[in-house]
Design a protein around this ligand. Sequence first.
Ligand SMILES: [Cu+2]
Length: 149
Amino acid sequence: MRFYLLLPLAVSFLPMVAIADDCEVSISAGDSMSFNTRTMDIPMSCEQFTVNFEHTGRLPKGGMGHNWVMTQSSDVQEVVKAGTAAGLANNYLPADDSRVVAATPMLGGGEKASVTFETSSLNANSSYTFFCSFPGHSAMMRGSVNLVE
Ligand SMILES: [Cu+2]
């Protein structure tokens, strides 16, 4: 009797767990100019999406800092340029820039940070890119964002 009562609960709970797992991703970078992935998926079924970013290296953020930034692909170049001008104190990102969909702070070795954003701000017909805005890094440190169902 207990079995029959518990089964529907278990079945209905599983999809919720699966959705929650899909609504975040973990990305890292070490003491070289590369992320551990060149691509990431954002399910549009997620209301919010979280990126957990970790600098797994040892070098300080002034020398080999990394962040995770997402913009439309066509905005990467200009945001990197504006970020370089903004300097390390501003995480190498222009302040309150609407082109930046989401970004973590600039991290040094051993640090981690997460950022959560609303997927309603994304346009399914646009192309998005993630990158590191530390000067000179975005040429190597970039990847494509796939908006999936
Ligand atoms: Cu970097």
